[in-house]
Design a protein around this ligand. Structure first.
Ligand code: DAH
Length: 337
């Protein structure tokens, strides 16, 4: 009968097909309320002589049955492992999937080229908010109160919840020039800053997008002259488009600069306007409490899309925003990262 229990355990263990099953079966034999515990308890009622003999037998039996469950557990584990190996087999001969490497957008590349040239001449990069108030976008920049740029047709004004602290409607900045005001409010000169970013105007055709990018630059110090402006902007254009490109300065008008100029570069037997600039107007310096009798400076602003269209020969501004990989791939610049 002792042998029989071992045979039963062997049979039950071999029937168990999972580790859970096996655990249950095991506790039927070896658990606290299992058959063997029962047997051990029953020994108490035997004569001492008998108890010794029977006790040894039950213990041997227990050992044997424990061993049965250990072996079966190993067996089950091995077969489960084998099953996983079969199911999760990796075909190492399969070709890998191609993951296309990303690249910078041509507008970002253009920004980095321009910033690079200016950083080498000592300009620091700074950014300003895209949601502006009329003070920073217009008034501090010496726009007269009735300037047409403030009209609804040109500027995106924001609805009620975004009104600024003066109660004037907040707006999406129409240019990067407000960064000049914010930098000068924050810190005293000397300031030599370049500020790239998005700007917004109600305008859309092949050369105009309601959102586009500008780069603003300015240098304010005690001895900054128009000569510095000419030198630095000439270097900038040659640095971006090539040393041999002719550059010329033409008188122009902006409310925030006096005198003001437009810069043209030679292009296909003619001239093409590429940026606006000028000496910062004394009223702009006064608006930020800088004494125009002590400090002066120049400023300039350029359109990134326009630079990129010229650099890459792109006819339609909307191509920049369509995310068409076939277009973008043609413009990858391997040298700029
Ligand atoms: N803010 C001007 C625009 O959006 C560009 C510009 C012109 C910026 C002359 C300047 C400047 O700083 O001096 O058209």
């Amino acid at each position: 009968m002792a042998e029989e229990l071992t045979l039963q355990a062997e049979h039950a263990a071999s029937e168990a097909e999972s580790l859970d099953d096996l655990r249950q079966v095991r506790s039927r034999f070896l658990g606290k309320k299992g058959v063997l515990s029962q047997r051990l308890k029953e020994l108490g009622s035997l004569e001492p002589e008998q108890r010794k003999i029977q006790g040894q037998l039950v213990h041997q039996q227990k050992k044997a049955i424990e061993q049965i469950f250990i072996s079966r557990e190993d067996e089950l584990k091995l077969s489960l492992y084998q099953k996983r190996l079969d199911q999760e087999r990796i075909d190492v001969t399969l070709k890998g999937r191609y993951i296309a490497p990303g690249a910078l957008h041509p507008l970002e590349t253009t920004v980095r080229i321009v910033l690079g040239v200016l950083q080498r001449m000592g300009f620091e990069v700074e950014e300003g908010p895209e949601v502006e108030d009329a003070f920073h976008n217009f008034d501090a920049l010496n726009f007269p109160p009735d300037h047409p740029a403030k009209e609804m047709q040109d500027t995106f004004f924001l609805a009620e919840p975004f009104k600024d602290k003066f109660g004037a409607p907040s707006l999406l900045r129409t240019h990067t020039s407000p960064v000049q005001i914010r930098a000068m409010e924050d810190r005293d000169p000397p300031l030599k800053i370049v500020a790239p970013g998005k700007v917004y105007r109600c305008d859309a055709d092949v050369t105009h997008s309601p959102m586009f990018h500008q780069i603003e630059g300015f240098w304010v110090d005690k001895h900054v002259t128009f000569r510095d402006l000419k030198g630095i902007l000439t270097e900038l254009i040659k640095g971006v488009f090539g040393e041999s490109i002719p550059v010329r300065f033409r008188p122009s008008f902006f409310p925030f600069t006096e005198p003001s100029a437009e810069v043209d570069m030679g292009w296909q037997n003619g001239w093409l306007e590429v940026l606006g600039c000028g000496m910062i107007h004394p009223n702009v310096l006064r608006a930020v409490d800088i004494d125009p009798n002590v400090y002066q400076g120049f400023a300039f602003g350029l359109g990134v899309e326009r630079f990129a269209m010229l650099r890459y020969g792109i006819p339609d501004i909307r191509l920049f925003y369509e995310s068409d990989v076939r277009f973008l791939r043609q413009l990858q610049d391997p040298l700029i990262r």
